[in-house]
Ligand binder design. Structure first.
Ligand code: ZN
Length: 273
């Protein structure tokens, strides 16, 4: 569809109006060949204009949906390393293991990042299955182990595909953790990073992080460490933007009226000494 001169012209015009990232959805093209061609065209546009790429890619349970391979190949060909992300990549869940053993190193070599969207992936994938039903999320621990940056996104917040979102990235992290069975200490920490520092790197954000000179954009959580923040979906005590507090919430605390029990419950745990 992108081959029509009108569509290409409109896209280039939109990009010249201040768009930062080129997107696409190759698995929605009519044929695999058209999908691959759309990836090539979009990556060339991004390379020409110095933009990043976030390809909505292979959001299907079809193991033969392999546009991510083309995305990696075009990234390398055009020198876009470190500026390209493949979002969803759910077909990778169902792919042949031998093929994936070639694909993941290819992504690593090409510097392509992966973005899973756990809430929507676990809701939509496997819908055509009877039992057993596939989870459908992409291979998060395997990608991380290979050195591919993996972020978790929310994707749609409230729409016909997913009506239950609240924009809560801790909920996203918790769902990703459960679906990927990432319950080791380090793995749980990686799920927190997947909604904080990793996406900041993928987006190329300047001044991200807790260090002098960084932008003072941050969320203060009622939790003692990142794993506890995910476990409790910790209360957001304050949201700070450019050094100014723009939102606050009171700490979460329940009062109890039971004989012999504390009058208040705080779910955060003391630090192990
Ligand atoms: Zn989406």
């Amino acid at each position: 569809m992108l081959r029509s001169p009108g569509a290409l012209h409109n896209l280039k015009r939109a990009l010249s109006m201040g768009v930062d990232v080129v997107g696409g959805i190759p698995h929605f093209e009519r044929t695999m060949a058209d999908g691959a061609e759309s990836v090539r065209i979009l990556c060339e546009i991004a390379a020409d204009l110095g933009k990043r790429v976030d390809m909505h890619c292979d959001e299907t349970d079809d193991p033969m949906s392999r546009h991510v391979e083309t995305l990696a190949c075009q990234t390398q060909r055009l020198g876009l390393q470190g500026r390209v992300a493949g979002s969803h990549l759910t077909s990778m869940h169902s792919m042949d293991n031998y093929y994936v053993s070639k694909l993941i190193p290819l992504l690593r070599e090409a510097g392509v990042a992966a973005i899973a969207n756990p809430l929507i992936n676990i809701t939509l994938q496997g819908r055509h299955d009877t039992y057993p039903k596939r989870r459908g999320m992409t291979r998060v621990p395997e990608l991380i182990a290979a050195g591919v940056p993996v972020a978790f996104g929310h994707d749609c917040v409230m729409d016909p595909w997913y009506p239950l979102g609240s924009g809560d990235m801790l909920e996203v992290a918790a769902m990703g953790l459960h679906v990927a069975q990432m319950t080791g200490r380090e793995a749980m920490r990686a799920c927190f990073d997947a909604v904080t520092s990793t996406p900041a790197t993928i987006l190329g954000l300047d001044g991200y992080g807790l260090a002098p000179g960084c932008r003072a954009d941050l969320v203060l959580l009622q939790a003692r460490d990142p794993v506890e923040a995910v476990r409790l979906r910790a209360t957001r005590l304050a949201v700070v933007r450019a050094g100014r507090v723009v939102a606050t919430s009171p700490p979460a605390q329940a009062t109890l009226d039971l004989p012999g029990r504390p009058a208040a419950v705080d779910w955060t745990l003391p630090r192990p000494s």
